[in-house]
Write a protein that binds this ligand. Structure first.
Ligand SMILES: C[S@@+](CC[C@H](N)C(=O)[O-])C[C@H]1O[C@@H](n2cnc3c(N)ncnc32)[C@H](O)[C@@H]1O
Length: 445
């Protein structure tokens, strides 16, 4: 196969200075028809051939070499191999197969997962290593055995559980995590307050002539959930959904490097001159206090007080979940005056990405008014979208933000603009690895 032909089955790729665009090949600036590609479109072979065949050999080598010495306990090692394997799947998969995966398997897998969570079938399946039949599981959960057998078959086909025989299954790591509320609440949470907004995004964007969404009270969320409420008003009106959302917030970043780990941000740089009665950290919009609890666990001897702030209904839930005694919980609306003056650091994790720049400026300006010059910092723990090679978890979140909040994940230039417009300056951005929120350290300008 010639070089040109090897590239013909993909819409746009580049090799040896030749740029290919749908059915045409660009050589030295002139666009000429690429006959093989034109043929592939005409007879449909483009849809049933590997997606990017030219990438396959390199990716196979990469997976083989990374797989040889992989240490599965090492997050970076394991995730690098996983990403290479995922890229290999994307390169090998045909457009038809991709279509079926996107259009059939994702929604149906989701339905099967959420049904399994609601039935608590994963808890029964995962209580020990013994394989269980669909009939056993139906008897334990009260479900119709015929219906459950169909759901289980799909879960096994999609790798969620392991098939050990006809209608017989065994637990996996995924099924075990699905028996834990902190993790399994993600599924009803997405159905109850996220996914309908995302599915309504195309229609909403069309209605708005493809403008970038900028009104959190009139975006795809309101269309999808048939409501006039902003996302957080909707949470207030639906405490059970809010509790699922808060659990999801506490679980989604588990197992990844955290800004407070040694080697990420210089946490001890916050300690000098902080007395026991001073406030070391205020976690603004801190949800259930999971970040402060982690901080207390990792920095037992840190001086000063830790204060958790969030809306009243969230603080009430955090108290029920039994915060560490040393964490002070405080109801506070971050659009009102910050009551804790002169803290060493005001910390916000995944808060500003929920809001448009105008709202963020209000939140940040509120902190500016409480800060002590030369001492207080604002620590923003958020994604910094790179100019190239953005990670799929981050881009997924960005589109969720677009759909449900009319807000955004931000690039480094955007962060500078926003922070500076509120009277702050970024002193340093500390980053770990792709897809992990950075720590953006700010001071008064
Ligand atoms: C995306 S969650 C992030 C929670 C937490 N910081 C984390 O990273 O897991 C945003 C948080 O902002 C809180 N929030 C929303 N509006 C607020 C307001 N006006 N004042 C204070 N907190 C608010 C929500 O209740 C929620 O806990």
């Amino acid at each position: 196969m010639t070089e040109t032909k090897s590239l013909t089955l993909n819409g746009a790729s580049h090799t040896n200075g030749k740029a290919h665009t749908n059915g045409k090949i660009k050589v030295n600036g002139d666009v000429q028809p690429n006959e093989q590609l034109v043929d592939a479109f005409a007879d449909g072979t483009v849809a049933i051939s590997a997606n990017t065949p030219e990438l396959v050999p390199g990716l196979v080598d990469q997976v083989a070499s990374l797989g040889k010495d992989v240490n599965l306990q090492d997050h970076k090692d394991r995730s690098t191999l996983l990403e290479a394997a995922r890229s290999l799947v994307y390169a090998l998969e045909t457009p038809r197969e991709a279509m079926i995966r996107y259009c059939w398997s994702q929604a149906t897998l989701y339905a099967a997962l959420e049904t399994g969570v609601d039935l608590d079938v994963f808890a029964v399946l995962s209580k020990d290593e013994k394989p269980k039949t669909a009939t056993d599981l139906a008897a334990a959960t009260g479900a119709d055995p015929v219906m459950l057998a169909r759901i289980l078959k799909h879960l096994a086909a999609m790798g969620v559980i392991l098939e050990t025989g006809p209608n017989e299954y065994r637990r996996t790591g995924i099924s075990s995590s699905l028996s834990m509320k902190r993790y399994n609440d993600a599924y009803p949470c997405m159905t109850n307050c996220i996914t309908a907004g995302v599915l309504a995004l195309p229609a909403q964007l069309k209605k708005d002539s493809y403008a970038n969404p900028s009104n959190g009270k009139d975006c795809a969320f309101q269309r999808g959930f048939n409501t006039d409420l902003h996302f957080f008003e909707f949470m207030k009106a639906n405490p059970e959904i809010a509790s699922q959302f808060n659990n999801h917030m506490s679980a989604y970043h588990q197992g990844r490097p955290s800004w407070m780990d040694v080697g990420f941000y210089n946490v001890p740089s916050l300690f000098p001159n902080v007395e026991q009665n001073d406030v070391l950290l205020v976690d603004v919009g801190g949800s259930m206090g999971h970040d402060l609890s982690e901080f207390r666990r990792k920095w037992r001897d840190a001086p000063g007080r830790l204060v958790l702030q969030d809306l009243p209904e969230v603080i009430a839930q955090a108290k029920i979940m039994q915060l560490h005694w040393s964490i002070e919980a405080m109801e506070h609306d971050f659009f009102t005056e910050q009551p804790i003056k002169g803290a060493r650091a005001y910390y916000m994790h995944s808060v500003l990405h929920d809001w448009t720049d105008d709202h963020c400026r209000k939140i940040l300006t509120g902190l500016v008014g409480a800060m002590k010059r030369g001492y207080s910092k604002v620590l923003i723990n958020e994604n910094v979208i790179p100019d190239t090679n953005a990670y799929w978890e981050t881009t997924s979140l960005d589109l969720i933000m677009m759909a449900d909040f009319a807000s955004t994940e931000r690039t480094e230039a955007h962060w500078h603009r926003l922070v500076e417009s509120a009277g702050l300056k970024i002193t340093k951005i500390w980053s770990a690895q792709k897809g992990v929120e950075s720590l953006i350290e700010c001071e008064l300008a």
